[in-house]
Design a protein around this ligand. Structure first.
Ligand SMILES: Cc1cc2nc3c(=O)[nH]c(=O)nc-3n(C[C@H](O)[C@H](O)[C@H](O)COP(=O)(O)OP(=O)(O)OC[C@H]3O[C@@H](n4cnc5c(N)ncnc54)[C@H](O)[C@@H]3O)c2cc1C
Length: 323
């Protein structure tokens, strides 16, 4: 690392500490990704509030240091050499309902309100937000109750499952950009597509919050729907550390099927293998490195290209430095 960068990091660390934030040096990213791989982040800070999220990111930008906002770490492969600059682990996760411009805690919404606007801070975890909504009789995120990410990651990726996706109910997404300007984009402005949005791959904009439509439905009906979807997931997806589907489905087909037909189920590189249960999942079952997973990804792409003439695109994102 050059001396100027090091000086910037030390100053940034000191400024973050003055905000009362606990800053860790060389934090292993393997502790914060669902694949359980990834080398050290130069600086790592966890934020629990919107103010701290904004301040931490703004500070890194002020020092012109790279800043990576981490949600649940469930859609990324972090390289074994880690991440330079600051990682902000976003746990700012308040969830409220807005009715006629007034904000209510979820549990306090008047019973006669049948449709409402849900406001979620970007660090809200999908499983806990979805389960609270189900228990209180609000339909909107039932499909996402077993997706292990945050709202921020789900917006960037337009997460989806079982024929639904986040974009379906989005009203607007609030953000902060590199200049420090705060703003909001309507659903149309977000440029949502299949597992993508105009926010994907950007390091100069941070999702702060999301407004989406929710509707009243009986908790028992929502619970039954969730149990049905959870059972489907259990029957189709492997247990063990993964990042969900590795590749996007190509137009008119399924990546998993192409991988299976290319004879790759069970194929192993080091501590990682292509799942026997769902060929679009790579599972770290034996202390894999990021390099093992990357090599397996390349092997799958090459083999599928040779077998089917289809170029698989990544659904997960590669982050940081690889060997
Ligand atoms: C077992 C399993 C099952 C899964 N099933 C599904 C599924 O059914 N459907 C589906 O779509 N996905 C699925 N996934 C993938 C993943 O959970 C989702 O894509 C999720 O939305 C990612 O969110 P995250 O918070 O973990 O993002 P991360 O992995 O933390 O980050 C992903 C990207 O989003 C960016 N990001 C995160 N938060 C912000 C923010 N506030 N502002 C700006 N950028 C941000 C990051 O910088 C990074 O570029 C699954 C994953 C696993 C492990």
């Amino acid at each position: 690392m050059v001396r100027a960068e090091l000086a910037g990091l030390l100053e940034l660390e000191a400024r973050l500490q003055t905000l009362g934030l606990e800053v860790r040096r060389d934090e292993p990213m393997a502790r914060h990704t669902t694949w359980r791989v990834g080398g050290p982040a130069d600086l790592f800070v966890t934020v629990q509030s919107m103010d701290d999220l904004v301040h931490a990111v703004e500070l890194a930008w002020t020092y012109e240091l790279p800043c990576f906002v981490l949600g649940g770490g469930s859609n990324i492969l972090v390289g074994d050499k880690g991440i330079r600059g600051l990682v902000v682990h976003n746990r700012a996760g308040a969830v409220n309902i807005e009715v006629a411009g007034l904000r209510f805690p979820l549990e306090k919404v008047p019973a006669d309100v049948s449709g409402a606007v849900l406001y979620l801070e970007s660090g809200a975890a999908l499983p806990s937000a979805a389960r609270r909504l189900i228990a209180l009789g609000w339909e909107g995120l039932t499909w996402a109750a077993d997706i292990p990410g945050t709202i921020g990651g789900a917006v960037v990726q337009n997460a989806g499952a079982f024929g639904e996706c986040l974009a379906d109910r989005v009203i607007e997404v609030e953000w902060m950009e590199l200049s420090g300007r705060l703003g909001a984009w309507s659903r149309e402005e977000c440029g949502f597509g299949y597992r993508t949005s105009r926010l994907r791959g950007r390091r100069d904009i941070v999702v702060l919050g999301l407004r989406m439509r929710v509707d009243r439905q009986k908790p028992a009906e929502l619970r039954a729907r969730h149990e049905e979807l959870a059972a489907l997931r259990r029957s189709r997806q492997p247990a063990g550390p993964s990042a969900g589907s590795v590749f996007r489905n190509p137009a008119g087909g399924y990546a998993g099927r192409l991988i299976e037909e290319a004879g790759l189920k069970g194929r192993r590189v080091g501590g990682a293998h292509v799942s026997e249960r769902h060929a679009n999942f790579i599972v770290n079952d034996a202390g894999a490195t990021a390099q093992d997973i990357l090599r397996l990804i390349e092997l799958v792409r090459e083999t599928v290209w040779k077998a089917h003439g289809v170029e698989l695109e990544l659904e997960i994102e590669l982050v940081g430095e690889f060997a």
